[in-house]
Design a protein around this ligand. Structure first.
Ligand code: HEC
Length: 99
């Protein structure tokens, strides 16, 4: 009986840990920090200060820029950032960098 409780506790805590890891890996913020924040800290642009991420509203345009890059920005294909993650990322940018 004691052993069952122990097993249940271990299984439960492992489950909670992987749920947390899953959420972090798939949040727009985590994707942004991993791939974009080096050049776009706080939604700015260290290479072209006028080309910021502030006030962007169009998910498709953001995803298009991510996929094709250009102007000094690298392209990110679906292996680097999946379609699902690209949408989360665009949503995070729109919601976070308003001005
Ligand atoms: C190596 C630096 C670098 C990285 C990394 C980078 N960018 Fe950029 N980004 C740039 C540069 C430089 C431009 C300006 C391009 C131009 O002038 O055509 C830009 C432009 C953009 C634009 C267009 C802004 C506008 O006003 O239209 C978007 C959107 C964008 N980046 C999103 C991202 C996202 C999302 C990521 C992460 C997946 C990312 N960038 C990663 C350098 C970078």
């Amino acid at each position: 009986m004691k052993r069952n409780i122990l097993t249940a506790t271990v299984v439960l805590s492992l489950g909670m840990m992987s749920a947390a890891a899953f959420a972090a890996a798939n949040s727009g913020e985590a994707i942004f920090k991993a791939h974009c924040a080096s050049c776009h800290p706080d939604g700015g642009n260290i290479m072209k200060p006028k080309e910021t991420l502030k006030g962007l509203k169009d998910t498709k345009k953001i995803i298009a820029q991510v996929r094709k890059g250009g102007g000094g920005m690298p392209a990110f294909d679906a292996k680097a950032i999946s379609d699902v993650d690209a949408k989360l990322l665009a949503g995070y940018i729109i919601k976070t960098f308003k001005k």
